[in-house]
Design a protein around this ligand. Structure first.
Ligand code: FHN
Length: 462
């Protein structure tokens, strides 16, 4: 069984009170597993490519407004942005009655979108537990008229539908419990306290509950590690993660813990992270948690092309939805997810289990002459086409439909067949190859206005 080296091997030091050398603690933060065990653990995640992020919490009640004013920033940050006192913010719980919540419907929505896993906020920075915790009464089951445990219901629905469940947990920032950290500093005396006591009494026991009470947890998604998360403190979480030996953990625990996945946020890295597992998380509009006035939804074309761009660079795309205080995923979000799912029904073979491009320059180039404010070269993305791969297959995603003929350079091996994924018959298109250049004749009209996928079957390639 793969696992972490537990803190009990620390030679009897009191876990939270001593600081061993960084080097020895860093070693403790590595997983004890062989490369093949690692690959086996990551297999489903690497094939999945597309997941649903859900930011749902007490902040869905104010939905972006406080004292009749719209508060700037992301919806789930409203407590910090508006500096709402702890006791006052807690009162939103009395109005939190999301009777529209239907776990089966959420799962069906994710599956209809072609998503293979769900990651939901069990506790965000506001400290409110969206699950039934015994730590205290500040949770959806005990503090709201709703009185149910939505995480338990979602876990059951995921299990029944065969979709993986992941859990997001804000381990450092907690603006409710004394001692929890706050990125911009505390604004209410009630927040002051001892961080180690907060870890001991809130974060660690809650992570234990999450690891033990909700069946199989496929992903654990930590967030916003602050400087308080030293290697020693981070190591305290590892035995808890070991309760789910197959769990995949992101890179945001802190303290030098690398985790399994890198997590670029709101952007797609120009070249991905070659050879590493990574996941771009992205909001569908400009907020993670629901804001009633945010209607700046990305278009279906942008979302599909982002998914493809990510897959062509070897990553996963974790696309967020922000359910309302009534427990409803907003219809504009559902509409876009449904459209992505329709595209995936036709073209999913080019995404699920597909590897990165065999080329690279089609994604764009760094402008060597211009730099950004940090002195880094500027990435100039191109959006004509992308490529994903499977053994013996190149999937060419045509965003811009070429006039009759598509020409591809740098093809290794001999093309044996060319066809469009949208063509159920997979009728062979006329093509010609000269060395590593291939020309494929295409119909006058694109089968899909957003992305039509041309498959080249190739023999003798790498
Ligand atoms: O502060 C959070 C934010 O609210 C949101 O949860 C995102 C999602 O990745 N993570 C943090 C910012 O990096």
């Amino acid at each position: 069984m793969a696992g972490f080296i537990s803190t009990s091997s620390l030679g009897g030091e009191t876990a939270l009170s001593t600081q061993p050398s960084t080097q020895s603690t860093r070693a403790l933060l590595e997983r004890k597993e062989t490369p093949s065990q690692h690959d086996a653990r990551m297999k489903w995640w690497r094939e999945a490519r597309f997941g649903m992020f859900i930011h749902w919490g007490l902040y869905s009640v104010p939905a972006g407004a406080y004292n009749d004013k719209e508060i700037p920033g992301s919806g789930e940050w409203i407590m910090s942005q508006a500096k709402i006192p702890v006791a006052e913010y807690a009162q939103y719980a009395e109005r939190f009655n999301p009777v529209g919540f239907d776990s089966d419907h959420w799962v069906r929505t994710a599956q209809a979108a072609g998503m293979k896993y769900i990651v939901i906020t069990a506790k965000h920075h506001d400290g409110f537990a969206m699950f039934h915790t015994k730590v205290d009464g500040y949770n959806i089951t005990d503090a709201t008229p709703f009185g149910r445990d939505p995480l338990a219901e979602l876990a059951e629905a995921c299990q029944a539908a065969g979709i993986k469940l992941g859990i997001y947990y804000s381990q450092c920032q907690d603006w409710h419990h004394p001692g929890g950290d706050a990125w911009d500093g505390h604004w209410d005396k009630a927040q002051d306290g001892d961080f180690d006591a907060y870890l001991k009494n809130v974060a660690l026991p809650q992570v234990r509950e999450l690891m033990t009470n909700y069946g199989s947890v496929a992903v654990f998604w930590f967030d916003t590690p602050t400087r308080l998360m030293t290697p020693r403190r981070a190591a305290e979480f590892l035995p808890l993660l070991d309760l789910q030996p197959q769990i995949i953990v992101n890179d945001r625990l802190g303290g030098g813990f690398r985790g399994d996945t890198q997590t670029p946020e709101q952007h797609i890295p120009p070249r991905g992270y070659p050879g590493e597992d990574w996941e771009t998380c992205m909001s569908i509009n400009d907020t993670w948690g629901y804001k009633s006035n945010d209607t700046n939804f990305k278009s279906t074309a942008t979302l599909i092309r982002s998914l493809v761009d990510v897959a062509s660079k070897g990553g996963n795309y974790l696309l967020n939805v922000g359910p309302t205080g009534e427990g409803i995923i907003p219809q504009p979000e559902v509409d876009r997810l449904t459209a992505i799912g329709d595209w995936l029904k036709v073209n999913g073979d080019s995404i699920y289990g597909a590897g990165p491009t065999a080329f690279g320059d089609e994604a764009g180039q760094f402008d060597t002459k211009k730099t950004d404010e940090h002195g880094h070269p500027i990435w100039a993305a191109k959006w004509d086409w992308r490529c994903t791969t499977k053994p013996g297959k190149l999937f060419i995603h045509l965003f811009k439909w070429p006039a009759r003929v598509f020409m591809l350079k740098g093809v290794a091996g001999s093309v044996t067949k060319a066809y469009l994924l949208a063509d159920e018959q997979q009728s062979s298109r006329l093509f010609q190859q000269n060395g590593n250049q291939v020309w494929v004749k295409l119909p006058a009209l694109a089968p899909d206005a957003i992305d039509s996928v041309l498959v080249l079957e190739v023999a003798g390639g790498k």
